[in-house]
Each structure stands twice: as structure tokens, then as C-alpha cells.
Design a protein around this ligand. Structure first.
Ligand code: AMP
Ligand code: MG
Length: 353
């Protein structure tokens, strides 16, 4: 817990750091505290401490039902800048804004008419839950949150910790995943500590995230939904409300966060078709598979063949393989139906060219 971040020199003085740009200046070594938030009384205590820090413009990691988020007061541009700095996230990649309930759609967006009707139906069916909607932003949302775009991504989490912090703060919370940019999203408080220790003052530990994959993101248009990121709310579920158009990763349409390389372990990762023969370097490699037997690898993580059971364990298994010292990670493909689409999306983006 006391490991400190040093930049350049062994013991950087504040003066040295002040000369650096804002991004580095924010990486002052600080103690990262972890507060338990498992039952109602712990949540009440942890949420009020988190809200106290957030109201001062600090940043705090907290659980949602998808992955852990790194939260800040979404209406405070200086606090939002701290999130970008701690994550080393490029400023062109906008943040998701968490709101208390569907009423906030009226406060923070300018959506009207038929689109508004569709948005409210989606909120009624999927909120609170792992669905993020990209909507025209009201001017209350600072530019920095939306990276200068005219839209804002809104989400209403079902997690009791996120809900309690939102209630205590009384402002929306901008919260991207609590990992350094491009890395695997954290699904346990320990993962957040691995990623951001020394850069943030507080992590609320609400245990493992139940979905384990980032939220589904859709842009809501007049006649259709544009699926920007597959996630726990599946394309099949969304199609019951409107036709769904999928945006290809790395395709012509630029959607922030749709960078081809993302969610990546440090160890090079390769996708392997089930039934493909044993790679030559298997003895030095790890395998992540979904219910298949395959001998000959140095390390094996065998998750369920059912995507719903596999997803909550996916990122933790990838982290274990990454930390095991293998030289490559091979991953078996899984069928793309239902939640399998989101799993394959993350694996493709984690994969080596
Ligand atoms: P994350 O770090 O997982 O929370 O990523 C948030 C992602 O939400 C971004 O990388 C974008 O893909 C998406 N996003 C947020 N705001 C917008 C927006 N205004 N338009 C399109 N996508 C957005
Ligand atoms: Mg992320």
C-alpha cells in the first residue's frame, strides 16, 4: 500500500514536479486508502467519505455492476482533468457520466421528440443497469467531460455503492474504468490498487463486479440505435426496441474509445480457433479457454463455456495470466451470440496485431 510513484529522480521534490506538465504533476505520491463497502452500514460510511472528497474536486475509485470506475464530480472541470491525468487517458476520449435516475436525462441532455421517447423507453427497461446512452448534451456538461463533442454518454448504475455516492454528492459523477489507459479494466478493488496506487486517495471496495465487462454503449438516433460498444445488455435485447446498427472497431466512423488496441494485458495475446493445433511455444505460454481441454500450456485458465458465467471472471483470469510470467497468452474463440459478442470484442481489442 505504501509503494510510491517516482518520476525521473528517485525522490522527486514537489518543486521538480511543479515544473512538469499537469499530467505528471498530478502523479504526486499519495497514500491510497481502501474502505470496505460491503453491507449497508459500511456503504453509508464509505459513500459519505467519497462524496466529501469528490465535492472538494478529488477523484475516487468505486465499484459499479460492470467494472470499477474512477469517479469525479462531472460538473467540475478541474476534477475531470485529474481523472484524465491519473489514467493517462488522451483528452479526445470522453468520459461516461453516471446519473441518479432517468429524471436526469432532462437535466443533462437536450433530447426531444421521438428520440426522447425511445430514450425513455430504454431507460425504463434497462436502468438502473449496464446501458450507456450517447445523447445531445445540455450545456451543463463541461466540454472536458465530452472531449468537446456535442454529445454526452449517460449511464445509471444499479450498484448500491455508486447509487449511494451519487445521492450524497448531489451531482452526476463522470467515471471511466479505473485502470491506466489501454489496460484491462479492474473488476476487484485489488486491481484498482494495482493500476492506480499512489495516484488516487481512495478506493471503495464493494467486492467483485457482477458483470465484469464494461457497459453497452449506444448512440440513440431517430430510427435506430448505433451500437458503439457491445456489453452486458445484448444486441438481441436492444433489437426489441429499435433496429441496431453496429459500428466496426477501427472502422471508418470514429467513435472515441473504439480504438483497436484497448483492454490489453502487457503480455502479447493471440486468438486461437478452437481445434487449432498446439502452438510451438505452448510450454512457455498461457491459455485462456472456455470449457475446452487442451494440454501442453504452462498456465491454463479455463472459464465456463457459458458467456454469462465466464464474463465476470474474464478480466481477472487475463490479469492472472499476465502476471504469471508466460511469454504469450492464447485465447480460444467463443461464439458471438448474446454476451459472447462483448467478450469477443474485448479479446480482439486485447489481441496483438
Ligand atoms: P470507459 O473508459 O470504459 O468508461 O470508456 C468510456 C467510453 O464511452 C469512451 O471510450 C467512448 O467510447 C464512450 N463515450 C463516452 N462519451 C461519448 C460520446 N459523447 N460519444 C461517443 N462515445 C462516447
Ligand atoms: Mg476504460
Amino acid at each position: 500500500m505504501n509503494r510510491q510513484l517516482h518520476i525521473g529522480k528517485k525522490h522527486p521534490s514537489r518543486q521538480n514536479l511543479a515544473a512538469c506538465d499537469f499530467r505528471l504533476a498530478h502523479l504526486f505520491p499519495m497514500t491510497t486508502c481502501v474502505l470496505p463497502a460491503h453491507d449497508a452500514s459500511q456503504i453509508a460510511l464509505a459513500a459519505s467519505e467519497a462524496a466529501r472528497l469528490l465535492a472538494k474536486g478529488e477523484i475516487v475509485a468505486l465499484p459499479t455492476e460492470t467494472v470499477y470506475g474512477l469517479g469525479c464530480d462531472a460538473l467540475n472541470p478541474a476534477a475531470v482533468a485529474r481523472v484524465f491525468a491519473a489514467k493517462e487517458r488522451p483528452s479526445f476520449d470522453p468520459l461516461i457520466v453516471h446519473v441518479e435516475d432517468a429524471e436526469d436525462i432532462h437535466c443533462f441532455t437536450t433530447v426531444r421528440g421521438n428520440v426522447q421517447k425511445l430514450v425513455l423507453r430504454l431507460a425504463e427497461n434497462f436502468w438502473p443497469g449496464p446501458l450507456t446512452m450517447v445523447l445531445p448534451a445540455s450545456e451543463r456538461i463541461p466540454d472536458i467531460v465530452r472531449s468537446g463533442l456535442p454529445t454526452v454518454a449517460l449511464r445509471c448504475s444499479a450498484h448500491p455503492v455508486m447509487q449511494a455516492v451519487l445521492k450524497n454528492l448531489g451531482h452526476p459523477i463522470a467515471a471511466p474504468s479505473a485502470n491506466r489507459f489501454g489496460r484491462i479494466s479492474p473488476v476487484r478493488a485489488e486491481h484498482v490498487v494495482e493500476e492506480l496506487e499512489g495516484r488516487i486517495p481512495l478506493v471503495l471496495d464493494g467486492g467483485p463486479c457482477c458483470h465484469g465487462l464494461e457497459s453497452t454503449i449506444v448512440a440513440v438516433e431517430a430510427q435506430c440505435l448505433v451500437l458503439l460498444r457491445p456489453g452486458p445488455v445484448t444486441q438481441e435485447q436492444l433489437e426489441q426496441f429499435a433496429p441496431v446498427r453496429r459500428v466496426a472497431v477501427g472502422g471508418a466512423v470514429f467513435a472515441p474509445g473504439m480504438m483497436k488496441s484497448h483492454y490489453a494485458p502487457r503480455t502479447p495475446l493471440y486468438i486461437l480457433a478452437v481445434g487449432e493445433c498446439l502452438p510451438e511455444d505452448a510450454v512457455r505460454s498461457g491459455l485462456l479457454t472456455f470449457g475446452n481441454e487442451m494440454k501442453g500450456f504452462a498456465e491454463v485458465e479455463n472459464l465456463s463455456r457459458h458467456p454469462l458465467e465466464a464474463a465476470p471472471h474474464l478480466f481477472a483470469a487475463l490479469r492472472r495470466l499476465d502476471a504469471s510470467g508466460v511469454s504469450r497468452i492464447y485465447v480460444h474463440e467463443i461464439s458471438e451470440s448474446g454476451l459472447g459478442m462483448a467478450i469477443m470484442d474485448r479479446l480482439r481489442r486485447a489481441a496483438h496485431e
